[in-house]
Design a protein. Structure first.
Lengths: 550, 98
């Protein structure tokens, strides 16, 4: 056995969590869920846990996990000519039939190639005779189309039985892919050709049974859908060290910049009784000391008051911490206020996005600023940990006044309350499928100027903590999420320059991307300036919700 | 209100895969294992209530050996009940020494 003490955080590579599933591989469909980031980040992902549970429910399926190793462990694998192996049974990845990757963050795309390379698996889909790489959690799959065999678009829970049946019925890769491409939600890039002429992207199918347009899949009912109550409990700390209970999926609001609204469309709620059940079951199975209610917008949950009322006793009597992600201003002013005071120090999150009413209306973000200030007065007595607010800048409609207003707003909040105020100011990125996907991202020079206007008007205050997004990183995120299949050569080039796991906040790593784009002769402004309503991802059918809005 | 706490001393042996877990990790392993049992654990009554466990020694990461801990309960609990209920919840490589 390897002596793991030579690596940083050896806990990452052990795989002996409480409730871990270990099965024999003989005569089974073998799936390894791969997360292209470190253990403590990947283990905080709810989707990974849902899929792990869903797959392992089948007796004839083995589902295991692997995470991107740290730089030291990766070097050890290369130096000793070893292969990356799964956490559960320590079987190398090339022995699995299916490798399922989560692609929810674009700067992790390089890590995905590293995981394949560390397992001595060919990077390009066409070079792999047996292994099937399945990708999910992605909105625009085109930049990865050359590397991934099959993408799944949408929510997988209900499709899992069909998927497993196909894998049991067909044994070779080609016939498996041919069967999958006929099922709603699966996109197999090799059965399509992407072309670009006259400023228009066109996708044509080369296999007659392939679906076009490709449709996203969503589950109809959250109450009957699987929840991983047999919670994989790590023996070490992870980033979000709590059990998130998803109380609703989707968001009923229609903020113009929001991508998650479409990704998780439509808005569905879990009933209070189901939630109660999930809370009790997952506590019984894990003994976790922290829980949180998870939703894109918790305060839109229609019975949020009853929910808290009915679950609070359980949390308090077992001394379990509960955190609520985001609260509506009315909740603070209303009857919830007293109950919240009983919780372990709550924190309040308000996504304001724009300080001026007019710009906020343009963004379609509905928040009443006057009652917000009223609630801040109430909050003084609430023993809050902190208030968190979000702002966004870089909208084309924005005036200098809108930018200055951010600083004024923060000063006013600081004056009214003495609670710590954490502010994060992000750059607007026109993400695929958001209502403003066709708006275009502003040039770096303009963004820089706007950023400095905001900065100049921020005054030092010991209760104020501001984080601003790094422009170079935001622009890069914009490029990759909007790119087409040509961009895969850039991803590959970055992969060859960086030998193992890299910190995506690292300037030198970001520079590698810009360098590689230049070497590949790719003008990235092309992806960022959207002049038409036709995009690399236009072959994916839009949701009904979008159509009615536009 | 003065709730009495009932301490029980208990020894564990850390070996195998568990040697890669630090002393801080072991605290959480024990706390969660205790929470999974139906034993009435003592929770501190202060401003920030939490489960109380005291260790008499710590082990370096990567080292096999004994750890002695004191666990606290709200009610009189026998060592035998504790041992039987807790050992069912402990991960492999972290066992109660009889």
């Amino acid at each position: 056995m390897i002596d793991y003490t030579q690596f940083q955080k050896p806990q990452r590579y052990i795989g002996n969590e409480y409730n871990v599933v270990k099965k024999s591989h003989t005569d089974k469909v073998t799936i390894c869920l791969c997360y292209p980031d470190l253990y403590e980040i990947g283990m905080s992902n709810l989707g990974l846990r849902i899929l792990y549970g869903v797959f392992n429910q089948f007796n004839d399926v083995v589902c295991e996990r692997v995470f991107m190793p740290g730089a030291d462990y990766a070097k050890y694998i290369y130096d000793n000519n070893k292969k990356l192996s799964s956490l559960e049974t320590k079987v190398s990845l090339d022995k699995f039939q299916i490798l399922g990757f989560n692609f929810n963050y674009v700067l992790n795309f390089v890590n995905f190639l590293h995981i394949l390379n560390l397992s001595k698996i060919p990077l390009k889909a066409k070079d792999r005779p047996t292994t099937i790489v399945l990708g999910g959690g992605i909105d625009n799959p085109q930049p990865l189309a050359k590397f991934v065999d099959v993408f799944f678009l949408g929510e997988f829970e209900d499709t899992a039985p069909i998927f497993i049946n196909i894998l049991k019925q067909y044994k070779d890769k080609e016939s498996r892919l041919k069967a999958l491409v006929q099922i709603e939600g699966f996109y197999v890039p090799k059965f399509y050709i992407e072309s670009f002429s006259n400023n228009t992207y066109k996708l044509e199918k080369t296999y007659e049974y392939a679906q076009l347009p490709v449709k996203r899949v969503y589950i109809k009912d959250l109450n009957s859908s699987f929840y991983p109550t047999k919670w994989l409990t790590p023996h070490t700390q992870i980033i979000h060290d709590r059990i998130p209970i998803e109380i609703a999926r989707g968001c009923p609001n229609q903020c113009a910049f929001c991508q998650a609204r479409v990704t998780y469309w439509p808005y569905r709620q879990r009933s209070i009784s189901t939630i109660e059940n999930i809370v009790k079951e997952s506590y019984r199975h894990s003994g976790y000391e922290n829980f949180s209610f998870l939703s894109l917008s918790a305060s839109d949950y229609t019975q949020i008051e009853e929910l808290i009322d009915q679950t609070l006793d359980f949390f308090q009597s077992h001394t379990i911490g509960l955190s609520l992600p985001s609260l509506r201003v009315d909740d603070i002013l209303g009857p919830l206020y007293k109950k919240l005071a009983n919780l372990k120090k709550p924190s309040l999150t308000v996504a304001i996005e724009a300080a001026n009413d007019s710009l906020r209306n343009t963004l379609n973000k509905k928040i009443d600023i006057n009652s917000l200030f009223e609630s801040i007065k109430v909050m003084k007595s609430l023993n809050l940990k902190h208030i968190k607010t979000y702002f966004m800048f870089g909208f084309p409609q924005e005036t200098e006044d809108d930018l200055i207003a951010i600083g004024n707003f923060l000063r006013k909040v600081n004056q009214e309350s003495c609670v710590a105020l954490n502010v994060s100011i992000n750059t607007f990125i026109p993400k695929p499928f958001s209502l403003w996907e066709n708006v275009g991202m502003q040039p770096e020079s303009v963004l820089l100027k706007k950023r400095s206007v905001i900065f100049k008007n921020l005054k030092n205050n010991r209760n104020l903590k501001v984080t601003m997004s790094y422009l170079k990183k935001s622009i890069l995120e914009g490029i990759i999420c909007r790119a087409d299949s040509k961009f895969s050569s850039v991803i590959h080039r970055v992969f060859t320059k960086e030998t193992s796991f890299s910190n995506y906040d690292d300037d030198s790593f970001l520079n590698l991307w810009y360098e590689s784009m230049e070497e590949e002769g790719i003008d990235y402004r092309f992806y960022l300036d959207a002049k038409t309503n036709n995009f690399p991802w236009s072959f994916i059918q839009r949701t009904k919700d979008d159509v009615s809005y536009l | 209100m003065n709730i009495q706490k009932y301490p029980i001393k208990i020894k564990f042996y850390k070996k195998g895969e568990m040697i890669y877990f630090s002393q801080l990790d072991i605290f959480h392993v024990l706390e969660r294992a205790l929470r999974r049992t139906d034993l009435s654990i003592y929770v501190t009554k202060g401003f920030n209530p939490h489960v109380k466990i005291s260790f008499s020694n710590g082990l370096k990461l990567g080292v096999e050996g004994e750890i002695e801990a004191t666990l606290y309960f709200d009610q009189e609990t026998s060592y035998e009940t504790l041992k039987q209920k807790l050992s069912a919840q402990l991960p492999e490589g972290f066992d109660i020494i009889p």
